[in-house]
Design a protein around this ligand. Sequence first.
Ligand SMILES: Nc1ncnc2c1ncn2[C@@H]1O[C@H](COP(=O)(O)OP(=O)(O)OP(=O)(O)O)[C@@H](O)[C@H]1O
Length: 239
Amino acid sequence: MTILALKNVSKSFGALKVTDNVSFEVPEGMALGIIGPNGAGKSTLFNLITGNIGADSGSIEFLGRDVTRTPARQRCVSGVGRSFQIPQPFSKLTVYENLLVAGTFGRDKSEAEVAHTCAIILERTELISKANAPAGGLSLLERKRLELARAMATHPRLLLLDEIAGGLTDAECQSLIETIKAIHAEGVTIIWIEHVLHALNSVVERLLVLDFGKVIGVGDPAAIMESKEVKEIYLGIEI
Ligand SMILES: Nc1ncnc2c1ncn2[C@@H]1O[C@H](COP(=O)(O)OP(=O)(O)OP(=O)(O)O)[C@@H](O)[C@H]1O
């Protein structure tokens, strides 16, 4: 089953076309990586999928339903979760309270249900020992983990990760990869934008390359990394 389908989606900021006639489909259960140079339009693509910004043209389907004009909150409630490139937790709230906000947002769930699931998510994202610590005092890895945990607290069927491994040491990155793999193994569909290619390629089954807002390649990660176009455009190697 296709969980997400973009058809001819375009978006401009003034004269700058940041998303240029983008079409692709993601089968449920897949982990898809998105790579591309700085400014290629990767985060904008996430904002279009989540509804944080609206498309100028084209359509976006989630779980077979057209969500092109659906507000962000409703898309989140129906199963689109995301992490942001720059973690911005509620710094004066505790880690646990941050999760409660995400878990409660827009949902018709009892406080007891939300409290229970948030505790489980804190375990799975290795933040349980920090549950009562103010989020403002977390290390970078912990803040990245909190981004992941907050996204998980919204119960996503599709999880969008925006450069979640950026700035981490190799060891930190490896521990985060294991957590992401475990989430994926439970059946959550993942789309992951990342510049840390070894992290990305250890999780994803397919890679999509964006350049100047256009999809210039999509397919098996090894084949994509070896393609002439990707080496020239993304890695800056002249062939
Ligand atoms: N709200 C906005 N208004 C105007 N221009 C924007 C807006 N959002 C993004 N842009 C521009 O669109 C282009 C693509 O930005 P985007 O953040 O999507 O790229 P990216 O591929 O995610 O880059 P990076 O890898 O550096 O995060 C950039 O030139 C950016 O300055």
